[in-house]
Unconditional design. Structure first.
Ligand code: PLP
Length: 365
């Protein structure tokens, strides 16, 4: 066998499988997507094009262009987030990979609330670490007893994600303080994936960032979601200088540097007001929640653009198959969880698709 041991247990993402099926069907109702349905704002496109014409097309420094690093640090510090330095990475995906590379030794455990974004599990595996999950059902809040139950002397990192993919849940200040207390007591590092930070619908749209509470935090953020730049591949990781320095060194060998023109657009993006875009998503959230709440057991999402109801008979995979027969594409919860009872529905879609999706979902109960 030519393939490495490392890739033997890696399967293609279950999310991709659904995307690929949806592409082959005529007129699907596609509520499976993990990216916003709006395009990159015109001003940002123009900035990227302008930088191409000006010849900004070569390698950039491995840590990212200095003016962008500076601006991200300013953005984070304004929000009270502890960070000594920042690295620009090819999306949060690239940032997580570099962070795991510089932190994990073989067998080190990364504790992750379940349900979780699929990529975490596989990146930890690929780097020889062990993902360990703790349960957050049925309301998807972080519970201290569940967290403490899975800690061991191999635990090195707690990884949280708020607003959350796939549940849409936003963690409260109390939950974050609990995690900070446990992490401080056990001297653990916390990775906080806040890629959906602007997609926050309640509490005046103000997010509690984990880095406000604990200095040994790596804050992950990016430009994919807030400005619809998923294909441009820009994100960042901020935190303690020693860790960021190592990630910059690692980036020289892994990615070299990040897309030059996309960094120029990202520089402008941080000043770009996204309130209208987010308000549109708040309305979509209300539409889908109100459309499902009397028929499904479902937690109201406070952020991101996902809702994660329980399948009526507790069989998420079977429910997704029945939805597919009606050309509705959603993702089985088993892709994101040790449990298979729920389904992920994305409301990053136009209103007609959302309304049609609600109608189909209701007809299946
Ligand atoms: N983190 C979460 C929670 C996500 O949902 C996604 C994308 O769906 C990512 C990270 C990946 O982001 P990026 O495009 O910056 O690599």
């Amino acid at each position: 066998m030519v393939l490495s041991e490392r890739v033997r247990n890696v399967r293609p993402s279950g999310v991709r499988k659904i995307f690929d099926m949806a592409r082959k069907v005529k007129d699907p109702v596609d509520l499976s997507l993990g990216e916003p349905d709006f395009d990159v704002p015109l001003a940002l496109k123009e900035e990227a094009i302008r930088s191409i014409h000006l010849g900004f097309n070569k390698y950039t420094p491995s840590g990212g262009i200095p003016e962008l690093r500076e601006k991200i640090l300013h953005y984070l510090r304004l929000r009270g987030i502890a960070c000594e330095d920042v690295i620009v990475t090819p999306g949060v995906t690239g940032g997580l990979l570099l962070a795991f590379m510089v932190i994990l030794n073989p067998g080190d455990e990364v504790v992750i609330p379940d349900p979780y974004f699929v990529l975490y599990e596989y990146q930890v595996f690929l780097l020889g670490g062990a993902p360990v999950f703790f349960d957050t059902y049925p309301d998807f809040t972080l519970k201290e007893t569940e967290l403490r139950r899975v800690l061991s002397d191999r635990t090195k990192v707690i990884l949280i994600n708020s607003p959350n993919n796939p549940t849409g849940v936003v963690y409260s200040r109390d939950e974050l303080e609990m995690v900070a207390r446990v992490a401080r007591e056990k001297q653990l590092l916390v990775f906080s994936d806040e890629i959906y930070d602007r997609f926050t619908y309640d509490g005046g749209g103000v997010l509690n960032y984990f880095g406000q509470l604990y200095e040994h935090t790596l804050t992950f953020g990016g430009f994919s979601k807030d400005w619809g730049m998923t294909g441009w591949r820009v994100g960042f990781v901020a935190g303690p200088k020693a860790i960021i320095d190592s990630m910059v060194t690692m980036q020289q060998y892994v990615f070299s540097s990040v897309n030059s023109t996309a960094q120029k657009a990202a520089l402008l993006a941080l000043d770009y007001n996204t309130d209208d875009l987010i308000e549109g998503y708040r309305q979509k959230r209300d539409l889908v929640y109100e459309g499902l709440r009397d028929k499904f057991r479902v937690v109201k999402p406070g952020g991101a653009y996902y809702i994660f109801p329980e399948a009526p008979d507790g069989d998420g995979d079977g429910f997704v198959e029945r939805a597919l027969e009606k050309k509705l594409f959603i993702i089985p919860g088993s892709v994101f969880s040790r449990r298979g009872s729920h389904v992920r529905i994305s409301f990053a879609a136009g209103e007609p698709a959302i309304l049609k999706g609600i109608e189909i979902l209701r007809s299946l109960v």
